[in-house]
Design a protein around this ligand. Structure first.
Ligand code: SF4
Length: 470
């Protein structure tokens, strides 16, 4: 039996692709192994969103290759590279990384077993590697019955409701890699959600490149993206949330990756009315200065964003807002940066990520004048992160004494509605609480981004050092 090891890099969307590959490999009679040293085939599912992710992907591939050279048993091991980097650089990679046996694209996640069989057949025919099987444009989207072997803990899952992106953000390469937006149907998503709940999943994380655009790609063209959403015209996130909320069982639905341009009053009312939808919103804003929003082609304005946040906060009590900003994008002046800091200061996001702009080949912004020096980007990043560290500490301190419902992720660590898995903070709890179950907690302490419930900092061996570099 062929044993396959899979190394999954990047975001949750890539993880779902890895799960689909693992599901198809098992269906084809192959065995997944967590021990890559014992594998006949190693697949590296790469990320290529930013330069740093690309470097990590290349490093991982080279390490996998080096390891097989060091062990006799592994010299025969096959090395396959999949995912975003393979899709993005399909024509350059075979020459740059000749040690790889095959490169496959995003749409080959369901045929990876055939690729492996073909590699063995080619070996017998002594056909030279590497092989490249990458469709020019990615169009694949999974369905409820797509074979999938979940790589997350039993109690939470990612559910990909759409793939691709139709937005024109000038700094982003994703639409070129992942293709045009295509949504699954509500029926397909609901069927998969039912299966997940039946398997014991307590938290379903809805993911895509732009979750708020769900269903709309099949509508007639709207005059512009900010035209109010009317879900009677077709399938939409609001209709999906209502159907998911009606599934019986004790579980949370978390919405990740919403684009601000597609929010609507109806969506706010729906989240408020659906008790299973976590009081958490992930809405990457990227900037607040009108100049920067225009050059980043974010299809929103400063006033629109401010009004939307006010409406979300008023409409959904106790909502935790998560966003991300990019500092140092081309043309960003000191005034733009100060405007961003002031916005962070006054909005007090419960959760915030800041990225330094990465000049990505193939994007519009890479060709813009006014590229910001690395030292300036780094300084702006530190300023934004320092500011948020203080805000986050105050928000955490304000939680002390409150009661929260939380999901126990592992012995001694739980997570509330305000924290997405692998992204946000955690709640340290006694290690006797049952993993994978909901518990009611009283918050007894706070440390940076994290909370404590019934434990003291000195009792914790694995207490995260949350100090941010100065
Ligand atoms: S919305 Fe913009 S940043 Fe997000 S994936 Fe689409 S193009 Fe990229």
């Amino acid at each position: 039996m062929i044993k396959v090891g899979l190394i999954s890099l990047g975001c949750a969307k890539n993880l779902v692709d890895s799960e689909i590959m693992a599901g198809h490999l098992q269906k084809a009679g192959m065995q997944m192994t967590a021990d890559t040293a014992a594998a006949d085939v190693v697949i590296v599912n790469t990320c290529s969103f930013l330069n740093a992710a690309k470097e990590e992907s290349i490093q991982t591939i080279l390490e996998a290759h080096e390891e097989r050279g060091m062990r006799k048993r592994r010299r025969e091991q096959k090395l396959i590279v999949a995912g975003c980097m393979s899709q993005r650089f399909a024509s350059e990679l075979p020459e740059a990384l000749p040690e790889v046996d095959a490169f496959i694209g995003l749409d080959q996640v369901t045929t990876v077993a055939d690729v492996i069989r073909d590699l063995y057949a080619r070996e017998q025919r002594k056909t030279p590697a590497p092989e490249t099987i990458v469709a020019e444009k990615s169009t694949y989207i999974p369905d409820y019955d797509t074979p999938r072997f979940r790589l997350t803990p039993r109690h939470f899952a990612y559910l990909k409701i759409a793939e691709g992106c139709n937005h024109p953000c000038s700094f982003c390469i994703i639409p070129k890699i992942r293709g045009r937006h295509r949504s699954r149907t509500i029926a397909s998503v609901v069927r998969e959600a039912r299966q997940l709940v039946a398997e014991g999943v307590r938290e379903i994380n809805l993911i895509s490149q732009d979750t708020t655009y769900f269903g709309m790609d099949r509508w007639e063209e709207r005059p512009n993206p900010r035209t109010p959403v009317d879900s009677s015209r077709g399938e939409s996130l609001t209709a999906l949330l209502r159907e998911l909320n009606a599934i019986e069982g004790d579980f949370w639905i978390r919405i990740l990756y919403t684009h601000p341009a597609h929010w609507s009053s109806e969506l706010i009312e729906t989240i408020a009315a659906c008790e299973k939808v976590a009081r958490y919103v992930d809405m990457p804003l990227q900037h607040i200065s009108d100049r920067m929003l225009a050059s980043m082609r974010r299809e929103t304005s400063s006033q629109y964003i401010r009004d939307l946040i006010a409406e979300i906060r008023a409409g959904i009590p106790d909502i935790a807002l998560r966003t991300t900003f990019i500092v140092g994008a081309p043309g960003e002046t000191e005034d733009d940066h100060q405007e961003l800091l002031e916005f962070i200061r006054e909005t007090r996001f419960e959760r915030l990520g800041v990225f330094e702009y990465s000049r990505e080949e193939g994007t519009r912004a890479a060709k813009f004048d006014g590229q910001v020096p690395d030292t300036v980007k780094s300084r702006r990043w530190h300023e934004a992160m320092r500011l948020q560290r203080d805000i986050a500490a105050e928000i955490s301190a304000s939680m002390v004494g409150r009661r929260v419902r939380a999901l126990v992720d592992e012995p001694g660590i739980a997570r509330g509605q305000a924290d997405a898995p692998d992204i946000d903070g955690r709640i340290y709890v006694p290690d006797t609480l049952p993993v994978g179950e909901f518990v009611e907690l009283e918050i007894t302490g706070a440390h940076g981004y994290d909370l404590l419930a019934g434990v003291e900092p000195e009792d914790l061996e694995d207490f995260r050092d949350l100090e941010i570099a100065q």
